[in-house]
Design a protein around this ligand. Structure first.
Ligand code: COA
Length: 326
């Protein structure tokens, strides 16, 4: 039986660090409030010259280097993003061009913060059906461009970054064991970027209403996130015939430390089995899990044979999980 397997990871975050103390100077907030409510201490912000494909390019190059592969070895490029360079061409097409790949397909997917795990679901199927041999999947976001820096609640949450993985087939009993994706479009109003699309095109009025920025009902989003992620994590483990104690590492979407802790508690996982880097980067949406996975690999926290659970939650609403055997 052919399975899909992540053979390499890479990540990139911009150099510029904005700390909670920096934000205290521009909005009515405190380092204490942000740290206590979210776990975030600082975030990275892209340079004015950097778009999502530029961040994706850096992450992809690092993954290719780790895999000892050349761009020509890739036969499909998928970018998960809700902050594309532009509506079209896709960010994946810009990335493909930067990498110098000529012969592959390239497209974006958008499931907001769940985009990367949705991408794993898709890539895994495409590998198992042998439609593609080797897929480059990148989560890349420049959320700082769609964050209202005058709205103190969402602006403390988000950051920029990119994470990449290379996926190919294996006949070994390892790789992406299962994936699960879900959505509830009825809850779309909890977190959205309303302006600039075909519903509310760019106009002076739209800009005056600041609809080009993320709008979020934080408290309600929080409650749904805790409920759905706890349930999804438990079900993913159970459906694969495992007990939570057999999990080596949980790599959750980094949206809020309290959401992460609630899932860990439900699974009875000790702190050392939960990967957290939210304090450094905030919520980087589709980039958060591949950045965390790459850091976990480099920190030696992922070993052959380990069961690793990835889980994400985001606008849509969407949520998704992937169980890996490394
Ligand atoms: N600094 C200081 N005070 C702030 C603040 C800030 N940046 N933002 C909000 N507050 C204030 C509010 O005005 C409110 O004040 P009040 O009690 O006087 O009315 C108080 O803090 C509590 O606000 P609330 O929104 O209830 O806080 P919360 O505990 O829900 O935390 C979030 C807010 C955004 C951190 C939290 O709801 C959250 O993380 N939600 C999930 C968001 C998310 O994950 N979104 C992405 C999904 S992928």
């Amino acid at each position: 039986m052919l399975r899909a397997r992540i053979i390499a990871t890479g990540s990139y975050v911009p150099d510029r660090v904005v700390t909670n103390r920096d934000l205290e100077k521009t909005i009515d907030t405190t380092d204490e409030w942000i740290t206590e409510r979210t776990g975030i201490r600082e975030r990275r912000i892209a340079a004015a010259s950097q778009a999502s494909s530029d961040l994706a390019f850096e992450a992809a190059q690092r993954a290719l280097k780790q895999a000892h592969l050349k761009p020509k070895d890739i036969d499909l490029v998928i970018v998960a993003t809700c902050t594309p360079d532009m509506a079209f061409p896709s960010t994946a097409c810009f990335l493909q061009d930067r990498l110098g790949i000529k012969h592959s397909g390239a497209f974006d997917i958008n499931a907001a913060c769940s985009g990367f795990v949705y991408g794993l679901h898709l890539a895994s199927s495409l590998i198992r059906t042998e439609a593609h041999k080797r897929i480059l999947l990148v989560g890349a976001e420049v959320l700082s461009r769609v964050t209202d820096w005058e709205d103190r609640t969402p602006c403390v949450l988000f950051g920029d970054g990119a994470g990449a993985v290379i996926i190919e087939g294996t006949k070994e009993k390892r790789g992406i064991i299962s994936t699960h994706i879900q959505a509830d479009g009825g809850l779309s109003e909890l977190i959205m970027l309303p302006g600039g699309g075909t519903r509310t095109p760019c106009s002076k009025d739209m800009l005056l209403k600041r609809l080009q920025y993320i709008k979020m009902k934080g408290n309600e989003t929080f409650k749904v996130a805790v409920r759905t992620l706890e349930e999804l994590a438990a079900r993913t483990i159970h459906d694969n015939g495992l007990d939570p104690s057999q999990l080596s590492l949980l790599i959750p979407h980094q949206a809020n430390l309290r959401i992460i802790q609630a899932t860990a508690k439900r699974l009875n996982l000790p702190e050392e089995k939960v990967f957290v880097n939210i304090e450094k980067y905030g919520n980087t949406s589709a980039a958060s899990i591949p950045i965390a996975l790459d850091e976990a690999v480099h920190a030696g926290r992922v070993k052959d044979g380990d069961h690793i659970l990835l889980e994400a939650f985001g606008g849509g609403l969407t949520w998704a999980s992937a169980l890996l055997r490394w």
